[in-house]
Design a binder for this molecule. Structure first.
Ligand SMILES: Cc1cc2nc3c(=O)[nH]c(=O)nc-3n(C[C@H](O)[C@H](O)[C@H](O)COP(=O)(O)O)c2cc1C
Length: 207
């Protein structure tokens, strides 16, 4: 029989008042179980016509301040977030039959933070960031590959590739984080944390 926490949920939901602490445990379990990219997350944005859009990104950092991903600021998502700095994320860890949903406000990380992560990336990823006009139409695949070669020549010192100004990270500062776990017969378990005057209110939801 499954052990329960004090809300009657399975112990994997823990008795945590801090959703970041619970996220950290669930992410570390995903890292042990997922075959690929446990940090892959669907990111939803909305444009100025109120049209939502969703795509995958990789969560690269998280802390009690929120969740950070990196991208091209001139991409579709970059433009959406500049106009409407709000977003939602949804992780689905199939190996664990778990989901985490996060929503909140978006801000750009500092140049220093962006540099720090950019410099840790492999050479080709850095070159790719320079060469890709992300989300813009491309004449031919070769025109892109030629640009890759041009930037390889321009930045031939592999340890000295600067970060393009159009490439940075966004911080999602959540006001809601929900943890979900599959239960047989669709009697799923849900635990929601919502931010109320700077502290987290915890409640369980019908499946
Ligand atoms: C598993 C996975 C991880 C991805 N990670 C990123 C990422 O961290 N940053 C990014 O800009 N695009 C990432 N992409 C590509 C995006 O899903 C998307 O194609 C691209 O960012 C353009 O999106 P946009 O036109 O909505 O801006 C990833 C795709 C997949 C499938």
């Amino acid at each position: 029989m499954n052990k329960k926490n004090n809300l009657g949920l399975d112990v994997c939901f823990m008795n945590e008042d801090d959703p970041y602490a619970l996220f950290k445990v669930w992410m570390s379990e995903a890292e042990k179980n997922e075959i690929n990219d446990p940090n892959a997350v669907a990111l939803a944005t909305v444009n100025e016509s109120n049209q939502p859009d969703v795509r995958m990104v990789l969560l690269k950092e998280f802390s009690n301040n929120g969740f950070i991903f990196f991208t091209n600021l001139n991409s579709k998502k970059g433009k959406d977030l500049k106009k409407i700095p709000k977003a939602s994320m949804c992780f689905h860890w199939k190996s664990l039959l778990r989901q985490v949903r996060i929503s909140g406000e978006i801000s750009l990380i500092t140049d220093q933070e962006a540099d720090q992560y950019f410099y840790s990336r492999p050479y080709l990823s850095k070159i790719g960031a320079w060469s890709s006009n992300q989300s813009k139409p491309m004449e031919t695949r070769d025109s892109f590959l030629n640009k890759v070669n041009e930037y390889k020549n321009k930045f031939s010192d592999q340890n000295n590739v600067p970060r393009p100004k159009h490439w940075s990270g966004f911080l999602l500062s959540p006001n809601r984080i929900e943890f979900w776990k599959d239960v047989e017969g669709r009697l799923h378990q849900r635990l929601e944390y919502s931010k109320v005057s700077n502290s987290w209110k915890k409640q369980i939801l019908y499946p």
